[in-house]
Design a protein around this ligand. Structure first.
Ligand code: CTP
Length: 450
């Protein structure tokens, strides 16, 4: 058998309420063995034969079963599957489902997805022999095949659940997989971008590729004292930095989180250093950057997601300022902590990977300049004025800039998805760094765009 005939494909696996539904678990595995990602669609009666939990654990994606429920990111699940699946395979397909589909009755997620989809559809019926032989069923199957162009994987003859022998047993799984492969043919992948596809279960999407790595993340905003009760702050919620910390922990990293002011809970497994001002953040970074013996780096990567003040009151008052007619504050610039951290980190061995963030309003041109000015390996630039991006929001639309690779504009993603994608790049760079050290080279390979 050719391996991975479905590599890179997303297959929608529709399961309807036949006792053969238990075989769908194996079908799921067989599709995965061909390199496919699988998104399960389950009708309510199918859910009585096979546990959604098993299907979720194996597919790594939440099962789509409720026509009325939205995905966590607000998208409509069965439409997302309809739009992104390379093939929808319905196995087993019951007599009831065939009838509903033949008449366009979108009363469950499987019919709804098929109706809404331009993807090829493969149907593997399974039922009692008399039911399959009934003219109504025959007519429904004929309509699916002849009018809708669906591929029918005819059931086989054998002993059925009733104990009787007849034609109605779900086709051998190999035949169903072959039909899916044929249906895909040489069509282009419909939605290669994982962000467009239905979401994965968080935490199961990536392997522990940061095990043994120590990652430092800064998150949240700084506060610069005006007097003991007042400060100059910014709108940072810390959500992006915390999403990065959680994602890195899920991938097995040791994680130090230097947190300024944040609106979200901090992951319990992180080693947390709380800071308030830029000066405190500077000294926390100093303690991390302090080299061990022989300039050994104590960490593998620094991700500066914190929103650091650019100015602070030159002389904060030591007691509360009384109300007055007007108040003028003299502000002094703060040091660029990231630029300084990059300089210090470049002296360490092995050299850590350094990642900055750039909050811009309007064009991202300044971010390109920041990449070189700060000397980072990667810069995540976002337009904080765009809807769905920036402070407080749960989503972000960013452009990834790299010193040695073309810019990548990512679609609107949840902050967790941005975090996972960024860590994909980071993990690859760390592996490349270590491989280069072993062979005595120091270059990092080019990024391949997603
Ligand atoms: N940063 C820093 N120290 C500062 C200001 C910013 O380390 N005093 C870091 C941020 O954590 C971020 C990156 O530098 O990773 C870019 O921050 P940004 O505010 O976009 O850039 P600035 O250097 O402040 O430039 P500007 O305000 O002119 O856009």
């Amino acid at each position: 058998m050719n391996r991975a005939r479905l590599a890179g494909r997303l297959i929608g696996l529709g399961i309807t309420g036949s006792i053969a539904a238990y075989k769908s678990v194996e079908l799921l595995r067989a599709l995965q063995a061909e390199g496919a990602e699988v998104q399960v669609l389950l009708t309510p009666s199918a859910g009585r034969f096979v546990a959604p939990l098993a299907l979720e654990a194996l597919s790594g994606r939440p099962v789509e079963s409720d026509l009325m429920a939205l995905l966590a990111d607000g998208r409509i699940g069965h439409i997302v599957i309809a739009d992104t699946a390379d093939v929808i395979v319905v196995a087993p397909a019951t007599a009831n489902w065939l009838g509903a589909m033949a008449n366009g009755l979108a009363g469950d997620v499987v019919t709804a997805a098929c109706l809404a989809s331009a993807a090829p559809v493969v149907v593997a019926p399974a039922m009692d022999g008399e039911m399959y032989a009934h003219p109504a069923t025959r007519a429904n199957v004929a309509r699916l095949r002849d009018e809708f162009g669906y591929r029918i994987v005819e059931p086989e003859s054998g002993v059925l659940a009733s104990g009787q022998t007849g034609v109605g047993r779900l086709a051998e799984l190999g035949r169903i997989v072959d039909a899916v492969v044929e249906a895909v043919g040489d069509r282009p992948v419909r939605a290669a971008d994982p962000a467009l596809r239905p979401p994965r279960l968080s935490g199961t999407a990536r392997e522990a590729d940061l095990e043994g790595r120590h990652i430092v993340v800064t998150a949240g905003g700084t506060r610069e004292a005006i007097d003991p009760v007042r400060y100059i702050g910014n709108r940072s919620s810390g959500k992006m930095g915390v999403a990065l910390a959680e994602a890195a922990l899920d991938r097995g990293a040791r994680l130090t989180l230097i947190a300024g002011s944040v609106d979200v809970g901090l992951p319990p497994a992180a080693e947390v250093i709380r800071v308030e001002s830029t000066a405190e953040l500077e000294s926390a970074l100093g303690s991390i950057l302090g080299a061990g013996a022989n300039n050994r780096a104590g960490f593998d990567a620094l991700i500066m997601a914190a929103a650091v003040a650019d100015f602070r009151p030159r002389r904060p008052a030591t007691s509360k300022l009384p109300r007055g007619a007007a108040l003028s504050l003299e502000l002094e610039p703060t040091p660029d902590l990231l630029a300084a951290a990059v300089q210090a980190a470049r002296q360490l061995r092995p050299v850590p990977i350094l990642v900055g963030f750039a909050a811009e309003t309007g064009s991202l041109e300044r971010a390109v300049d920041k990449l070189t000015r700060k000397g980072v390996d990667l810069l995540v630039a976002n337009d904080v004025a765009e809807p769905g991006s920036g402070f407080g929001s749960n989503t972000n639309q960013v452009t990834l800039l790299a010193a040695d690779a073309p810019a990548e504009a990512w679609p609107l993603l949840t902050k967790r998805e941005v975090a996972d994608r960024l860590l994909d790049r980071l993990a690859a760079r760390l592996d490349a760094r270590d491989a280069a050290a072993q062979t005595g080279r120091s270059e990092v390979p080019q990024e391949s765009p997603t």
